[in-house]
Design a protein around this ligand. Sequence first.
Ligand code: FMN
Length: 190
Amino acid sequence: MSEVQKNIIGRRTVYRFIEKKIQKSSLDNAFEAARFAPSHKNTNPWRFYVMGEKTRNTLVPIVEELSRKKCIDNGLEISDDVVERARNKILKIPVLVAVTSQLSPDDSFRQEEDYAASVCAIHNFVLSLWAEGIGSQWSTGSITRHKIIYDALAISPEKERVIGLLKVGYPEKIPEPKKKDLSEIRFYLD
Ligand SMILES: Cc1cc2nc3c(=O)[nH]c(=O)nc-3n(C[C@H](O)[C@H](O)[C@H](O)COP(=O)(O)O)c2cc1C
């Protein structure tokens, strides 16, 4: 098996990270990989925003509020633990990257293709990190759809859409894969 194939197949979403610092050179390698993703008409619609401490802190009150609301919606008791876990998912992750894709309100096909291209860029980024032993989790939690994140990134929701938060760090634990059998997804037709 080629090293590339091993890297693709071996990659897993990582949910828990150790405290080890991520070198900027590793991140920049991954952004370089993202930069070379394909996009129809070379729109290069992706943007990556690495969120520092000050930017992350602006999200905390809303993240706490959303975690309390989630408890209420699910009929669960609100506890300090739940709120703290939600806060830590923003503040304690070694590297937190918001990814956006540019919008084309007058051209839904372009917008769909640009979203697809941005997803390719994300996966290039993720695979490049994985090749250096660094894990990540793509998250589309409710904070990614809240106005506060657009304010935090100083971007316009009319021009670009936050398509995910990437949580990046050295893995504490690598989960087992849950994948379909090839026979369920691949069909050779006559
Ligand atoms: C578009 C997209 C959104 C995702 N959003 C979340 C999320 O909000 N929370 C989460 O825990 N995982 C999220 N994931 C990670 C998936 O749960 C994960 O990819 C899936 O369990 C398969 O595992 P693997 O990545 O290790 O193959 C997302 C993945 C994708 C592609």
